[in-house]
Design a protein around this ligand. Sequence first.
Ligand code: ZN
Length: 478
Amino acid sequence: MTHHMPARRALIRLLGASCLALATGQAVRAEAPSFSASDMVAAERLREAGLASGLAYELVDSLVTEVGARPAGSLNDQRAVDWALDRLRRLGFSNVRAEPVPLRAWKRGEAHAHITAPYPHPLVMTALGNSVATPKEGLHAEIAYYPDLETLKADVSERARGRIVFIDQKTERSRDARGYGRAVAARIQGTAEAAKRGAIAVAIRSIGTDRDRLAHTGSTRYAEGLSKIPALAVSVPDADLIGRLTRYGQPIKMHLALQAEGGIAAVSHNVIAEIPGSELPDEVVLIGAHLDSWDLGPGALDDGAGVGIVTAAARLMLEAGLKPRRTVRVVLFANEENGFDGAIAYADKYKSQVHQFVGESDLGAGLVYRFQSRVRPEALPLIQQIAQPLAALGIALGSNEGSPGPDAALLMRRNAWPALELSQDGSDYFDWHHTPNDTLDKIDPAKLGQNVAAWAVMSWLAAQSPVAFGPMPTAAKP
Ligand SMILES: [Zn+2]
């Protein structure tokens, strides 16, 4: 469903009604529950302070410069946890802590691939996360070309057997992550689909929207009972070449040598900081991001930006001396990229705690253009009121079928918690996502400020709401 945005007059009328009730002490009921006038004023002040705040950018700068790439389970991942604990304490948060998240780490090694026929051509490539190694001398075989994952899934022939499956799945550019959402199954499921058909390795076109000669990594999955085959992504221009070569009818052969190690026992941590609630401390407003990154770059956009945005948004409330009714909890999740171990650990540990909403900033550093919810119907009047101060940031109210970012979506599904979403413009995000090119220069500090303003307004008002956003009328599907 889609909410309609109430006219400004309607909002003034609602606020007026509740003020009148306070002033006269009468049991006058507004037609719908509403925020107090002072909470709305505080929200507007948070918005202006957020727009002027440079804290999110300072945090991303520090994280990508002082720590760098931080793949889950690595030494640098530990350094990132220490960095986050130190920053959150120094910013004045309460209950700052690191909660252990056991995981199986994966470590990249040397990797090379080239076309050997019809003529030698080096490929710009990268191993996919979780990939097994090739034998030391590498693998050499003919390519079985598929234009997309669906074609591979539909193939009942023996064409892939003994070959290197190539999936030329294209990623469409889109403002939301829709194009990526459609394409990414080729990376996640393509390996098992190729193994099922007897392939000895799988190579995919990078899941990305750029035309750069850079490969995009990301997680792939193996399936029980199927052989684990090496998996890699090639750059978009290299994929284009392979696609064109198929038109000329000669066999295309590939050699690949890839080293990697998986299943390494390691421990990472979810890093948590709070502003304790003044009236309902056991109810939690969860604003999250993930602290880990892929290893190829410093993860400025994915997800250094989100770490900066949600931390700075919560810090604005401290700076303003606000005492939220519910606890505002910043959660920096461990290992979003290669297994969601942090989100899974959090979901288990806190499953009996009431969450007012869960949300996550994890689509880079573009402007927020839409506010969406997934709350019980009784809370929708409050959602419409939260949308009012957001409108001045160029943010429109969307549907009540929002999706709150990857870790938060896992929490929402597992524990049937309500969720809020601030949709960012991700048009450029998948140009750089999971590549060495995910660097600080891609971030516009002014756009980060708009994000901080929006997260602060939304989190503050949700924490003040006279109405609980959950429980959800029906448990979400697992
Ligand atoms: Zn991310």
